[in-house]
Design a protein. Structure first.
Length: 441
C-alpha cells in the first residue's frame, strides 16, 4: 500500500484491486457516504418483488408472494431474495440512532467496489470492533487465548449486521455475470483493510454458504453453527401445521397457546401506520426490561425504533400482547421476500408460555397468512424443536492474520464443524412431525 493510500481520508480511503477489468475498492466510515439507491441496488436488487405488508394491523387474508428476480444473464450468481437487515434503511438507522459508532465499539468501515467510471457494483457492511459483544458467533475464547500468548485480538474487523443473528448476504454484489470475481475482490479488499488497519483478523458472520466457500478459496477459515427455523409446507392455516405434528406435540402446543392467553390477554399484529411513538415507547420498555436481564446493557437506543419505524414501517411486524387495556409484552419481526425474521422480545408481566405464543406460534400464523416460506426465530434455543422449528446450519468465515493463531483456530474449527454436524443430525431425529411426513429443509 502506498503512502498516498495510507494518508487517504478516513471517511473514504482506497485499496487498489482488480477483477474483473478495473475495480476500485474503497472504505467509507459512514453509510451516508453512499446513496440509498446505490447501496440497495447491491444489497436488495429485487426489493420491488417483496409483497406489500403495510396493512397488517389485523390478520389479513393471505397475499401473493412474488419470488423471482427480473431477467438477468443466466450465469449471474446472486441471491434473489430480499433481506431487510442489509438494506440502507436498516443500517443507516443503526448509525443515525448511535446504536453503532461513537463509544459502542462498532465503528463503521464499509467496503465499496466501484468500476473505473465510479459505478458502485458491490458493498460489504463492515465494522472495526473493540470487543466481541452483539455478534452471536462467539470468539471470546480465541481472544483470551491470543491475549494470554501476548497478542492483541482487538481491534478486529466484523462484516455483519450488528446485533442481528440472521443469515443473509454479506458481500453485496449487484447482479452481474462477474459476480463471483467481484465477490472475491471484496474478500481480498477485506484482507488488505485488515493489514491497513492493523487488526487481528476479519470475521464474516451469518453469511451464505456460497459466500463462505468463496472466501475459503482466498484463505478464510470456515465455521458452522446451528439455529432453528420453521418451514412452511404449504399450510393455509395454523391447524394445518398442527395436523403435521405427532399427536402428543399437537396437544402440547394447543395447551400452551390456551394457557398463554388465559388471563384476558389479547394479541395484535401492528405495522405500517400503527407503529406510533406510543407503541414504540411501550416496546422499548419491554426491550430494556428483558435486555437488561440478559445482556446487562441493551444494544439498541430508543431512537433506533423511531427511525426504523419511519424508514421500514412496511417491513416490520410488532406482535404485541395487551391485558387490562395496556401493552404488556411484544416481539419485533422483520419481513423479507420469503422469510419472517423474529428478532427480540420483552415483557413487563410474566405469563406462562406468553413468550412461545408471541415469538413462535404467532410468527407461524403470520407466515402462513402471508405465504412466507420460513420463520427464523433468532439464535440458539433447542426448545424450539418441540414447537416445529428445525435445526439449520449457519455459516461464517474468518481471516486470521497471525499464522500461529490461524493454525490453532483452524484445528479447533475442524473439530467444531464435525460436532455441529453430529448434533444437528441428532436434533433433527427429535422432530415433532409425524413420521409419515417429510418436511422440507
Amino acid at each position: 500500500m502506498t503512502e498516498a493510500q495510507k494518508m487517504a481520508s478516513p471517511e473514504r480511503s482506497t485499496v487498489p484491486e482488480r477483477a474483473p477489468g478495473e475495480l476500485r475498492i474503497q472504505v467509507v466510515d459512514r453509510i451516508t457516504a453512499v446513496s440509498a439507491a446505490a447501496w440497495d441496488a447491491c444489497a436488495n436488487p429485487n426489493a420491488e418483488s417483496v409483497t406489500d405488508h403495510n396493512e397488517i394491523a389485523t390478520k389479513a387474508e393471505p397475499c401473493s408472494q412474488a419470488r423471482e428476480a427480473a431477467s438477468v444473464p443466466k450465469d449471474t450468481v446472486y441471491d434473489s431474495t430480499s433481506n431487510p437487515f442489509i438494506s440502507y434503511a436498516f443500517l443507516s438507522a443503526l448509525e443515525d440512532s448511535k446504536s453503532v459508532g461513537g463509544r459502542t465499539g462498532w465503528q463503521p468501515r464499509h467496503l465499496l467496489a466501484e468500476t473505473a467510471d465510479g459505478a458502485l457494483v458491490a458493498t460489504a457492511p463492515c465494522y472495526i470492533k473493540s470487543h466481541s459483544r452483539g455478534e452471536y458467533v462467539f470468539d471470546r475464547g480465541w481472544a483470551e487465548a491470543y491475549e494470554r500468548a501476548g497478542g492483541s485480538y482487538y481491534p478486529k474487523l466484523q462484516v455483519a449486521v450488528p446485533f442481528t443473528p440472521a443469515t443473509g448476504r454479506r458481500l453485496l454484489v449487484a447482479p452481474s455475470p462477474h459476480a463471483a470475481a467481484i465477490r472475491q475482490a471484496l474478500g481480498r479488499g477485506l484482507i488488505e483493510l485488515c493489514r491497513h488497519d492493523d487488526t487481528s483478523g476479519v470475521h464474516v458472520t451469518f453469511a451464505t454458504a456460497q459466500e463462505c466457500r468463496s472466501l475459503g478459496e482466498i484463505g478464510f477459515l470456515q465455521r458452522t453453527d446451528q439455529q432453528f427455523h420453521w418451514q412452511n409446507a404449504g399450510y393455509t392455516r395454523f391447524d394445518d401445521f398442527l395436523g403435521a405434528l405427532a399427536s402428543r406435540k399437537r396437544k402440547t402446543i394447543r395447551r400452551e397457546r390456551q394457557d398463554a392467553l388465559a388471563n384476558g390477554i389479547s394479541v395484535h399484529w401492528l405495522g405500517g401506520s400503527d407503529l406510533t411513538e406510543a407503541v414504540w415507547d411501550a416496546f422499548f420498555t419491554f426491550y430494556m426490561e428483558t435486555g437488561s436481564r440478559k445482556w446487562g446493557r441493551p444494544y439498541l437506543t430508543r431512537e433506533f425504533y423511531s427511525l426504523v419505524g419511519e424508514r421500514m414501517a412496511d417491513r416490520i411486524v410488532l406482535i404485541m400482547a395487551k391485558r387490562a387495556g395496556r401493552w404488556i409484552a411484544g416481539a419485533i419481526n422483520f419481513v423479507g421476500s420469503h422469510t419472517l425474521f423474529g428478532r427480540h422480545w420483552g415483557a413487563i408481566e410474566y405469563h406462562p408460555f406468553l413468550h412461545f405464543e408471541l415469538c413462535y406460534y404467532q410468527a407461524i400464523e403470520y407466515a402462513i397468512a402471508h405465504k412466507l416460506s420460513c420463520v427464523e426465530a433468532g439464535a440458539q434455543g433447542e426448545h424450539k424443536i418441540a414447537r416445529g422449528y428445525m435445526p439449520r446450519t449457519t455459516h461464517s468465515a474468518h481471516y486470521i492474520a497471525d499464522p500461529a493463531l490461524r493454525r490453532a483456530i483452524a484445528d479447533y474449527l475442524a473439530r467444531e464443524r464435525a460436532y455441529v454436524a453430529a448434533v444437528g443430525a441428532e436434533l433433527a431425529a427429535t422432530a415433532p412431525y409425524r413420521k409419515d411426513l417429510v418436511i422440507g429443509g
